[in-house]
Design a binder for this molecule. Structure first.
Ligand code: A2R
Ligand code: GDD
Length: 308
């Protein structure tokens, strides 16, 4: 089977390449021109998804069996600061990918990565299911929901073989420092090395999120392209809510340094979902189970940041 990963130089991409190779896929990977992707046995192509002709060229040249569409402006915080950029990559880019697949072949299966952020700032007291009506409350979330609705239109109008996710937070070594666990571990590593005063700057510690190790996330994505139902949406998460403050406490308890916590208002968003976690019954019915515990992931991330 030939797999094409669009946006492979990001956090999830590298893990997905390894996971696909381990189960015997021939992997093609795209990256932006300025990015580097040093992974053996992979055909690497440059692609900016905001350019339709380039996107079509890649699809018709590679002619994959499956496409994993990971490329995005993936930061909620940045979407408040760069709304046009976020919409251009996440909406126009998604149209270009869908349209390029339609032109190339209807036999291509495509997995589109959406977000738990799509559900919006409702006060959830139960695990969110895929049949809850999303009400996006930030620009990133809106663009991901637009992508999902576009995919549903392509599925209904043209019979495109799309499977969609609403992915909850994912973590692991090598994640960019703009995301919470990598950010906290990076700061602690700097403090331990004496490169930062013993003060950790944090944002909204009250929020609850559902974290899954990136290695479990990529096995979920492979499960979905292999067993997911055409036109369906699947939550990808652990099913366990955890407060950001608890994550911070775990990280601080692993460190041997005395560290003060300072709340930094610049790290807050105009709107932040207070509490959300996934109902993953639908995904688990396909045979997927997460293997990594949150503590295990945090220990590995901190260890990675210490070694950098
Ligand atoms: O923004 P950069 O320079 O980090 O590049 C990102 C890349 N990307 C693009 N690729 C093609 N054409 C574009 N116009 C374009 N703009 C950005 O997509 C990056 O290398 C990749 C996305 O990777 P990450 O930001 O690291 O996201 P991650 O954690 O791998 O998440 C994968 C998917 C995304 O759709 C997220 O929105 C979702 O899972 O949570
Ligand atoms: N980044 C960051 N830094 N977040 C903080 C901090 C901090 O210092 N302190 C508290 N938080 C809170 C945020 O306010 C938010 O409630 C939570 O930690 C998670 O923030 P991020 O790690 O930045 O992730 P995100 O939830 O905004 O977005 C990620 O998960 C989405 C799925 O839920 C990204 O990976 C998205 O691409 C993905 O769709």
């Amino acid at each position: 089977m030939k797999a094409l990963i669009i946006g492979a130089a990001g956090f999830v991409g590298e893990y997905l390449i390894h996971a696909l190779q381990n189960v015997g896929y021939e992997v093609f990977a795209t990256k932006l021109k300025h990015e580097t992707l040093n992974i053996g046995e992979v055909s690497v192509l440059d692609l900016d998804i905001t350019d339709f002709l380039q996107t079509k060229e890649v699809l018709t040249t590679v002619m994959p069996d499956v496409v994993f569409h990971l490329a995005a402006q993936s930061s909620v915080k940045l979407s408040w600061e760069r709304p046009q950029l976020t919409a251009n990559i996440n909406i126009v880019g998604a149209i270009n990918v869908l349209e390029a697949v339609r032109v190339a072949s209807k036999n291509i299966r495509i997995l589109l990565i959406g977000s738990s952020e799509e559900y919006g700032a409702i006060d959830y007291t139960q695990a969110v299911r895929e049949d809850f009506i999303p009400v996006p409350k930030n620009i990133y979330a809106l663009t991901k929901h637009a992508q999902e609705q576009l995919a549903e239109i392509y599925n209904k109008a043209y019979g495109l073989d799309v499977v969609m996710t609403r992915s909850f937070n994912h973590i692991g070594p090598k994640q960019a420092h703009q995301f919470v666990v990598a950010d906290f571990c990076h700061q602690v590593a700097l403090i331990e090395k004496g490169l930062q005063d013993p003060i950790i700057r944090v944002g909204n510690l009250a929020a609850y999120r559902d974290f899954t190790d990136v290695r479990d996330v990529v096995t979920a994505y492979i499960t979905l392209v292999e067993k997911g139902e055409c036109g369906e949406i699947y939550n990808v998460g652990s099913g366990v809510p955890i407060q950001i403050k608890t994550i911070l406490d775990i990280i601080l308890s692993i460190s041997n340094k005395q560290i003060d916590v300072v709340v930094d208002p610049s790290k807050f968003r105009p709107i932040d979902i207070p509490y959300i976690y996934a109902d993953v019954t639908k995904l688990k019915k396909l045979g997927w189970e997460p293997k990594y515990s949150i503590r295990n992931s945090i220990e590995e991330i901190l260890s990675y940041e210490r070694d950098r």
